[in-house]
Design a protein around this ligand. Structure first.
Ligand SMILES: Nc1ncnc2c1ncn2[C@@H]1O[C@H](COP(=O)(O)OP(=O)(O)O)[C@@H](O)[C@H]1O
Ligand SMILES: [Mg+2]
Length: 580
């Protein structure tokens, strides 16, 4: 995290330097109006004699105001640029990191939490940088420049005025602590509420189906009420702070007026100096207001910094982001030897002593009960979870010795999840890889029996799916995903429960196309339907993490085991017509 921050700060070093210089000059110019006003007042005793000098001062006032304006615009501009550059840099790095984190580590992070890293934590760090650059430097220069200018008028008066300012700053820092605590609480309640909203929207179908709206609403209202209460206390503390600041300034003006007028009367200072002095007090208003903010911002950013640091510490897979079409081909021979597995942190054995061999060019069918570990086995083939050495070999090479990005590029895994991004059909098929032509993509949709439907959509391949576009049916979604298999020229193709939402006719044509596609390649078809796996060169039957049967359609039927049972069940469900 430190390295990343330093890297970004290095890039924007000169912009930061410009900001600080502009602010310093800007702050110096801020003392001019009061100073010039004081001078003019002292010259007013003989307007006729001093007319020209007074005009010159007024001219100077306008010029400095204009320069100050230009400086202010300049530093504000650079401020926006630098802090947004920092924010963008952090977001890029964080997202890149998220894509690379090992699945075992990432699955413990909640969805809502991921967004808060991007929005809240990075926002806090940007906010702190903004506050330090704009507020911190301003406070620093105002204190130096204004006290120096004031001291030049009268030291005793300066000390008398500065006392309440320093005392109030101290009081406010303490008060701010309480604001912080109540703010933290309200943040917690807010997160709690947003997570609840997120969860409720995710589960809206279930809620409706079980008529759970009233309960959901009651829970929401309770959480919202707690949030309201804690927000009120935040507001109260904030009001207390602003009131204290106002009281402090009342004191400052009081002291200056009483003590200052005495000094004017005994001619220690001039009337002009006195007026200028009162003007300088105003300059402290902003610093007192922002100093406690910076301190609390610092604390909040510190928490965010540690949170981000912990995320950045999560172990990454050694994986290069895929940018080329060319991959080192790996052979399609797969050998799995006595593989057992349980998910990290779970004692339940999901795979138990699995051994299976598939030669390049063969198709393996996997059939089995739900939750028997079929998908888990595929996850291990993709090394989404750690695999023990000596358990899985691809092309005679231990899977752990194959470069991860190369391994995954060589395997087309068409999942059962059908995860589609809310973007165009094209990007969903290519998974954002830009090197495929539209013709290639259309060809793949033709093979996945999806072309006619794509053509009938108004924007064809560029139709947007999901929230902002059309909603696809289950079968259509599956065919978008299946098109990926026809586009990627991988040596190993896995279909994991991919045909469940297709009607019989589409499925039959698709299976024929898949047969063509996988000629000479290794194919694994996972399904609950006999019709999908019956033509495979080898079929294994999974039950409770074990392979309980292995053979071809014919031999398995003769076995009278689980496979035969599936067959009989499905045949009786009138699927017999497609089995033959
Ligand atoms: N990420 C995970 N963490 C812990 N357990 C899991 C995870 N994914 C799946 N499981 C469990 O592993 C078992 C096998 O799941 P899975 O491989 O998806 O079965 P199948 O694909 O055969 O239906 C199930 O009991 C499931 O609850
Ligand atoms: Mg599965």
């Amino acid at each position: 995290m430190k390295k990343i921050l330093l890297e970004i700060l290095k890039k924007i070093f000169w912009q930061i330097a410009i900001i600080i210089i502009c602010i310093a000059i800007n702050m110096y110019f801020l003392t001019f109006p009061s100073k010039i006003l004081g001078k003019i007042i002292d010259l007013l005793y003989d307007v006729n004699k001093n007319r020209e000098i007074i005009y010159n001062y007024i001219f100077l006032l306008i010029i400095t105001a204009l320069i100050a304006l230009v400086l202010r615009i300049t530093w504000k501009y650079f401020m926006a640029r630098t802090t947004r550059t920092l924010e963008k840099g952090l977001k890029d790095k964080l997202f890149e990191h998220f894509l690379k984190i090992k699945l075992t580590s990432i699955q413990d992070i909640k969805n809502g939490e991921i967004m808060s890293y991007f929005v809240k934590d990075i926002g806090e760090i940007r906010g702190l940088m903004y506050k330090i650059l704009s507020g911190g430097t301003r406070i620093f220069f105002i204190f130096i420049i204004a006290t120096y200018t004031m001291k030049n008028i009268n030291t005793a008066l300066t000390i008398a005025t500065m006392c309440p300012i320093i005392i109030t700053t101290y009081i406010i820092i303490i008060l701010k602590k309480y604001v912080e605590e109540s703010f933290k609480k309200s943040q917690k309640y807010f997160t709690n509420l947003s997570e609840y909203v997120q969860e409720s929207t995710d589960a809206i179908r279930t809620t409706k189906a079980y008529a759970g709206e009233t309960n959901q609403l009651k829970k929401f209202m309770k959480k919202n009420k707690i949030l309201k209460k804690s927000n009120i206390s935040v507001d109260l503390y904030s009001t207390l702070i602003s009131t204290s600041i106002n009281i402090c300034f009342g004191f400052c003006y009081g002291i200056t007026v009483i003590y200052g007028s005495k000094l004017v009367l005994n001619t220690t200072i001039t009337l002009g100096d006195f007026v200028a002095f009162i003007g300088y007090i105003d300059l402290f208003y902003t610093p007192i207001y922002i100093l406690p903010n910076i301190i609390s911002k610092f604390k909040r950013a510190q928490i965010s910094y540690y949170r981000l640091e912990n995320v950045f510490k999560l172990e990454e897979e050694t994986l290069e982001i895929d940018t080329s079409k060319n991959n080192k081909k790996i052979s399609g021979d797969i050998l799995i030897k006595n593989l057992s597995f349980n998910y990290p942190g779970n004692i339940d054995r999901v795979l138990d002593d699995i051994s299976v061999e598939i030669k390049e060019g063969q198709t393996l069918g996997i059939i089995g009960t739900i939750g028997s570990g079929k998908t888990t086995l595929m996850n291990l083939l993709l090394r989404l979870y750690p695999v023990q050495d000596g358990k899985i070999f691809i092309g005679n090479q231990d899977i752990n010795e194959i470069e991860l990005s190369n391994l995954r590029k060589n395997i087309s895994y068409i999942t059962q999840d059908n995860f589609l991004f809310s973007t165009t059909i094209k990007e969903n098929i290519t998974l954002f890889k830009e090197y495929f032509t539209d013709t290639e993509i259309l060809e793949s949709t033709e093979k996945s029996i999806f072309l006619d439907e794509v053509k009938s959509m108004k924007n064809g391949l560029y139709t947007i799916i999901g929230e902002r576009g059309i909603d696809l049916s289950g079968g259509q979604k599956q065919r978008v995903v299946i098109s990926r298999a026809f586009l990627n020229k991988s040596n190993i193709i896995i279909f994991d429960d991919t045909f469940s939402a297709l009607d019989n006719r589409t499925e039959k044509s698709l299976l024929a196309n898949i047969k063509n596609l996988v000629k000479g390649k290794t194919c694994i078809i996972i399904s609950n339907r006999i019709s999908d796996v019956k033509d495979a060169d080898k079929i294994v039957v999974f039950d409770k993490g074990k392979i309980v049967e292995e053979g071809t359609h014919k031999t398995l039927l003769k076995n009278k085991g689980l496979y035969n049972k599936f067959y009989t069940e499905q045949a009786s469900m009138q699927e017999i017509n497609i089995l033959n």
